[in-house]
Design a protein around this ligand. Structure first.
Ligand SMILES: [Zn+2]
Length: 377
């Protein structure tokens, strides 16, 4: 099951909400209510809670604007955008590819903090127009909301500029090293090491804070550090695999001659067959004609109770609708396609001819072998 709620589309970008955001929304509303109550002790409960809910909703839109700015700049630089998902620590714009050059990387990264900074500045400007002064407690509910949103956006801009790859600031650093060294992958390696280092620093400072009695901020810092460390490590691993797979083409790793099955076979028989074989992608024929492909993904779409009667040809997926690889394609690209479409195996097509299949486990095996030899080369 996908752990995201679909919110719709904006500028042709799919927007989603990670379920964890619901918990965060409650936390934000509660802490906002406490904050507004402290500012205006004589504001009614209804006022405080409706202010909190409205401010939380606006905060959510500010996060969305930040991510959308990344996505739209990416598109303007010729890079496709899949979707934006908001989760605990903000959002993620899932950009289909990496930047092709240092300038694009720089622009895509910097626009996020820049948007948050501008939004923050405008909101504080509006609060000032409404009578608020820096250092003075806001007097009306509206100014209290504007001030909170203004500062949180400035905070968001500053936090995202921390140079821990893959955060925005880390990407700016990545672009700078890329510009200086001329190599996107090498600078990615360097920036993810720096990212790990900074993340470890967050964890260390958090620990110190916890032991010196400031448990709450300490825990937050350590949690953020942990998340950043994981992200930097994942990025480093991804870049490493990309390097290890360099020069390999799909035809080097694919298993040739796909297994062919008859479309009249029942789904139950196919499942038994899958469980006994090492492959999970089958070419389905009817008579002499190829009618498509079947994988566990299609099988699982059929209710279990119908596996006895239903035939494979009812559940088959036509080749034209599937994600595919070609024999000459770099393995890295095929892997990207698999990860992007959430499949474990891809049919390999040469023109309209099915030549075989390539699976994530084939690639993993190769990675393990190559990894063992990296130190002796
Ligand atoms: Zn960002």
């Amino acid at each position: 099951m996908e752990r995201r709620i679909k919110l719709g589309r904006l500028f042709d970008v799919e927007l989603g909400l990670h379920y964890s955001w619901i918990i965060v929304a409650f936390l934000v509303i509660f802490s906002l209510a406490a904050n507004f109550h402290a500012i205006g002790p004589d504001w009614s409960g209804a006022t405080v809670w409706s202010m909190a809910a409205m401010t939380a909703a606006l905060f959510f839109m500010c996060l969305l604007a930040h991510e959308l700015s990344h996505a739209l700049v990416a598109r303007a630089r010729g890079i496709p955008i899949r979707r934006i998902t908001l989760f605990v620590f903000g959002g993620v714009a899932e950009i289909g590819e990496e930047a092709h050059d240092a300038t694009s990387e720089f622009l895509m990264a910097i626009v996020g903090p820049l948007s948050s900074g501008i939004i923050g500045g405008v909101l504080l400007g509006l609060a000032t127009l409404a009578g608020w002064k820096l250092g003075v407690k806001p007097l009306t509910p509206i100014t209290a909301e504007l001030v909170w949103l203004g500062f949180i956006n400035l905070g968001l801009a500053a936090f995202n500029l921390v140079p821990a790859f893959p955060m925005d600031g880390g990407r700016v650093l990545h672009a700078a090293i890329w510009h200086a060294t001329g190599s996107g992958d090498r600078s990615g390696g360097i920036s993810s090491r720096i990212g790990q280092f900074i993340a470890a620093g967050f964890i260390a400072i958090g620990m110190v804070a916890i032991f010196s009695g400031d448990g709450f901020s300490g825990l937050w810092l350590a949690a953020i550090g942990w998340l950043l460390f994981e992200q930097a490590t994942a990025t480093a691993a991804r870049l490493r695999s990309k390097e290890l797979l360099k020069g390999l083409r799909v035809s080097d790793l694919m298993s040739s001659g796909p297994q062919v099955i008859d479309g009249a076979m029942t789904i139950r028989d196919l499942v038994d067959h899958m469980l006994r074989s090492r492959r999970n992608l089958f070419l389905v024929t009817r008579g002499n004609a190829v009618i498509g492909i079947i994988t566990p993904h299609e099988v699982l779409a059929v209710p279990r109770s119908e596996w006895e009667e239903r035939q494979v040809q009812d559940a088959v997926q036509p080749l034209s609708t599937m994600a595919v690889a070609t024999p000459d394609e770099p393995v890295v690209e095929a892997l990207k396609t698999m990860l992007g479409s959430h499949v474990a195996e891809l049919p390999v097509l040469s023109g309209s001819l099915l030549e075989g299949a390539i699976s994530q486990s084939d690639i993993l095996k190769t990675l393990r072998i190559r990894e063992q030899f990296t130190n002796v080369r």
